[in-house]
Structures are given as structure tokens and as C-alpha cells.
Design a protein around this ligand. Structure first.
Ligand SMILES: Nc1ncnc2c1ncn2[C@@H]1O[C@H](COP(=O)(O)OP(=O)(O)OP(=O)(O)O)[C@@H](O)[C@H]1O
Length: 269
């Protein structure tokens, strides 16, 4: 049975994060398996974004171990750190696009950082490819973020996250602020890209529809830890106050009726 479980591409052990006296994580463990879409859920302030920031290297945790792509991220050399950055695409909650740059120029930012020698026409072609891959029309490449709708800005952020063809994609609440049709289309896009490109996706969300539609497993943050990490049917059976409220309220019932079940896998993290 264990032979069928893919290797972890991210492994977090004993993570502790504190802000002054506030303890956000206290001995958190998590494994993200190669090729899965892992949904990360938890109440507001439970530490989902801080966890993501600890994994991608934007925050140094107070204690614990973080392994990404087989590299000990907290003791990585400069070259190893760049390797992780180069192989991780991140879509932040607000898109984090440079407002004075066009969509195409935004997508080119990581390309120029890591491939300084690339000629301009090739940079443009690569950016155009990512723009189209993200479901935007070609003409969006010359628009400023302020000229796009919220859904298009998310797609532009995704295009930039995919610029370096990363095997690992981090999405922080990608459907927040989108209408249900736009959110469902974005879910479809993420699933399609994940399957076509073989991505591993770490997806923070509050969106129950997203969980039911595209997540293979779900990690629940509560009580300063990941209290469970498993396919949805197993998560739904957990006897925990937050899980009961979140997964068995009226919104959960509606989402269950429309979503597709994730794959079956083992419950452990
Ligand atoms: N730089 C910081 N300085 C101080 N406190 C912080 C900082 N970053 C996060 N926190 C605190 O850590 C806790 C967890 O924050 P985090 O953003 O990870 O929550 P979250 O689970 O992503 O919440 P939400 O679902 O509302 O986005 C919060 O109480 C937050 O105020």
C-alpha cells in the first residue's frame, strides 16, 4: 500500500511560528505528495498563509524543519534557495502584480531574473504562451493590471506564477472575490493545468466548492497544527468542532452536491 503513495515534494516537521507571545504553529507536521492538489483549510487566522510563507522561504520559522524538493530549505545554500524559488510558482491572494507593468512585463519579471540572456522577442513569446495558458486572450498581454477584471487579474497572476514552468504551484485563496462562475472556471483551469503539466499544487482556500471540485486531499489547520490530512470523505468524518461547523453546515451540503470527489489516499500527513 505504501509503495503506491507518491514521494512527498514538501515535508514540514515540528514547525513552530510565533509573533511575540502569539503562537501560530506549535509542532505542525505536513507532507505534500508529488502530483497532488492539496487543499489547505482552517479558520481565519489559523496560520495558513504563515505556513505557506514558511515553506516558500518568505518567513523563517522559529523552530522545525522544512524540506522542499528534497532540499533542507532552512539550511539551504544560496544556490539551493534559488533552485527552490525557480521551481515554485506563487499566486498571492491579491495577485501581487506590479501595477505599473503590463501583464506581459509582469510575466517576464521572473524570466528576466533567472534567464538574463534571453532575447526580447523570445521573452515576449514565452510570456504570451503563459498568458494564453492561463486562459487570457492574447491582447491582455499589453494591458495594465488596472485594466483587467478581478478574474483576469487572477489569471495574470497565475501566468506569472507559471513563468518558470515550476513543478510546484502555491495558490493563496485563488477564487476569493470571484463570482461563482468565475471561481468554477478558475478551478477547472487549475485542475487542467495540474494534469497537463504534472504540477503539485498547495492551495489555500475557504471555498468549499473548490475543495469538492479539485482537491485530492485536504489538510485542516486547527489548534496550531495540521489536525488531519486526507481525502475529503475522511476529513468529513472527523470529530472536531471546527470541522463539524465547516463541513456540515448548509454551504458544505450545497458544495457536496455539485463537486467531484478527489482520489482516495491514505489519511496520514
Ligand atoms: N507579520 C506578522 N506579524 C504579526 N502577526 C502576524 C504576521 N503575519 C501573520 N500574523 C498573525 O498570524 C496569525 C495567522 O495569520 P495567517 O495570515 O497565516 O492566517 P490565515 O489562516 O491565512 O487567515 P485568513 O484565512 O484570514 O487569511 C494571525 O493571527 C495573524 O495576525
Amino acid at each position: 500500500m505504501s509503495a503506491a503513495v507518491p514521494d512527498p515534494i514538501i515535508r514540514v516537521r515540528g514547525l513552530v511560528n510565533r509573533f511575540g507571545k502569539q503562537v501560530v504553529h506549535d509542532g505542525l507536521d505536513l507532507e505534500v505528495r508529488r502530483g497532488e492538489i492539496l487543499g489547505v483549510v482552517g479558520g481565519s487566522g489559523s496560520g495558513k498563509s504563515v505556513l505557506m510563507r514558511s515553506i516558500i522561504g518568505l518567513r523563517r520559522p522559529d523552530e522545525g524543519e522544512v524540506e522542499v524538493l528534497g532540499i533542507d530549505a532552512l539550511n539551504a545554500t544560496e544556490a539551493q534557495r534559488r533552485h527552490i524559488e525557480q521551481h515554485s510558482g506563487v499566486l498571492f491572494q491579491d495577485g501581487a502584480l506590479f501595477s505599473s507593468l503590463t501583464v506581459g512585463e509582469n510575466v517576464q519579471v521572473p524570466l528576466k531574473e533567472y534567464h538574463r540572456h534571453l532575447p526580447e522577442p523570445l521573452l515576449y513569446e514565452l510570456a504570451l504562451l503563459k498568458v494564453k495558458l492561463s486562459g487570457l486572450p492574447a491582447e491582455a498581454i499589453n494591458k495594465l493590471p488596472s485594466q483587467l477584471s478581478g478574474g483576469m487579474r487572477k489569471r495574470a497572476g497565475l501566468a506569472r506564477a507559471l513563468a518558470m514552468d515550476p513543478p510546484l504551484l502555491f495558490l493563496d485563496e485563488p477564487t476569493a472575490g470571484l463570482d461563482p462562475i468565475g471561481a468554477a472556471a478558475f478551478d477547472d483551469l487549475v485542475r487542467t493545468l495540474q494534469q497537463a503539466l504534472g504540477l503539485t499544487v498547495f492551495l489555500i482556500t475557504h471555498d468549499l466548492d473548490t475543495l469538492y471540485a479539485i482537491c485530492d486531499r485536504v489538510a485542516v489547520l486547527a489548534d496550531k497544527r495540521v489536525i488531519a490530512c486526507a481525502p475529503l470523505p475522511e476529513i468529513e468524518r472527523l470529530d472536531h468542532p471546527w470541522v463539524r461547523e465547516y463541513f456540515h453546515g448548509p454551504r458544505a451540503r450545497a458544495a457536496k452536491d455539485t463537486g467531484a470527489p478527489g482520489q482516495t489516499a491514505e489519511a496520514s500527513c
